[in-house]
Design a protein around this ligand. Structure first.
Ligand code: GLA
Length: 405
């Protein structure tokens, strides 16, 4: 009897240890915002093995991988049915060699592989969802080598969002493979309030569209409309748990050069996941340069994981500030107006009080670096004379003058 008790206690301790370890692994999966590519924004349902392999190749050859992008994610429409045992089946015509072979290929290129499903009975494109099959699907994903799951919210049939996402999260935590969990509930139930520990990132808005401003009749939002919805969410983001203002539209027709720069800059300021959504094959030079700008990416990926806050709102002119490691700062002047923003900006009048920090530019000197034209343009002891094009930004990285770094 005593022996049995000891055995039970040991078994309990072991179970605790294992669950503790796997939870910790899960927690550590997205210490900085995930970066990669997703098929939806550009290709919708037109996905195939060839396309996905091409994108993996292009990610390596274009320099995107070197810049930090690592996940290749197939969004909706890869799945067609379930077999008699309930196993999810990929489209045999579009993915003739199956998903595992495709995952192996992506891994062989030094990248990671992501897939899409839905908490509802059907996905948004009416393909089989995971409701009722969460643990089985998670095991299937693990056996295929999946590293990232985007999990949607269509046809949810009135489920409680937290419970629905927690079920899939629990399934992923015991499936035997570390899988980043991307919650795509469109911000309806304020997932930033409940999703930390359940997923690594959560959508905060309806779907992005490749327009600068505006709302489409089905709810799609322009870039600045999405930015507006992020302003109050900075305190919810941090290492391992990110607000997700949706995937990038950089490089998709519809945005001007300056709008693409604004989009990418602001996503970096917001510590957003950077999931490219364009065709990576034969990217125009300017698109490639935007997506691979290392200084901007470094601001997004800063290890402190502090999302920017809107420091000043002057209607169609805004200033956003992001705290970085080593007492550095990123400052982004955003010109939403239809005109050039000309200014002689006096830093000395600027004091920032945020998150128990006080920055007094009049007393603390900073030197700054323009992350787009890659020039050291001055210090905060002088007036900053700038002109920002309509819908454009001025994005600076500030470093304390006397720092040794
Ligand atoms: C929803 C999501 C999109 C995309 C589509 C696929 O609209 O929000 O990001 O995944 O479904 O059907």
């Amino acid at each position: 009897m005593k022996f049995l008790n000891v055995l039970f206690i040991l078994a309990g301790l072991f179970a605790q240890l294992v669950s503790g370890l796997s939870a910790q692994t899960f927690e550590d999966l997205a210490k900085t915002p995930p970066m990669g590519w997703n098929s939806w924004n550009k290709f919708g349902c037109d996905v195939s093995e060839t396309l996905i392999k091409d994108m993996a190749d292009a990610m390596v050859e274009s320099g995107m991988k070197e810049a930090g992008y690592e996940y290749i994610v197939i969004d909706d429409c890869w799945q067609v049915d379930r077999d008699s045992l309930g196993n999810i089946l990929a489209d045999p015509v579009r993915f003739p060699n199956g998903i595992k072979k495709l995952a192996d290929y992506i891994h062989s290129r030094g990248l990671k592989f992501g897939i899409y499903s839905c908490a509802g009975s059907k996905t948004c494109q009416n393909r089989p969802g995971s409701r009722g099959y969460q643990f089985q699907d998670a095991r299937t994903y693990a056996s295929w080598g999946v590293d990232y799951l985007k999990y949607d919210w269509c046809n949810n049939e009135g489920q409680d969002p937290k419970a629905a996402y927690k079920t899939m999260s629990d399934a992923l935590k015991v499936c035997g493979r570390p899988i980043v969990f991307s919650i795509c509930e469109w911000g309806q139930s304020k997932p930033w309030e409940w999703a930390k520990g359940i997923g690594h990132l959560w959508r905060t808005t309806p779907d992005i569209r490749n327009i600068y401003k505006g709302k489409l009749n089905w709810g799609g939002l322009g870039i600045v409309d999405i930015i507006d919805k992020q302003a109050d969410l900075f305190s919810y983001a941090g290492p391992g748990h990110w607000n997700d203002p949706d995937m990038l539209e950089v490089g998709n027709a519809g945005l001007t050069y300056d709008e693409n720069i604004t989009h990418f800059s602001m996503w970096a300021m917001l510590s957003a996941p950077l999931m490219a959504g364009n065709d990576l094959r034969n990217m125009p030079k300017d698109v490639k340069e935007i997506l691979t700008n290392k200084e901007v990416i470094a601001i997004d990926q800063d290890k402190l994981g502090k999302q920017a806050f809107k420091f000043l709102d002057m209607g169609d002119k805004e200033i956003w500030v992001k705290f970085l490691e080593n007492e550095e700062l990123a400052v982004c002047f955003l010109n939403r107006s239809e005109f050039t923003w000309k200014e002689d900006y006096n830093w000395a009048r600027l004091n920032i009080y945020h998150d128990r920090k006080a920055i007094r530019f009049g007393r603390q000197g900073y030197e700054f670096y323009n992350v787009w034209n890659k020039k050291h343009t001055g210090t905060t002891n002088n007036i900053l004379d700038f002109q920002i094009p309509t819908h454009g930004v001025l994005m600076l990285r500030l470093k304390p003058i006397n720092s040794n770094r």
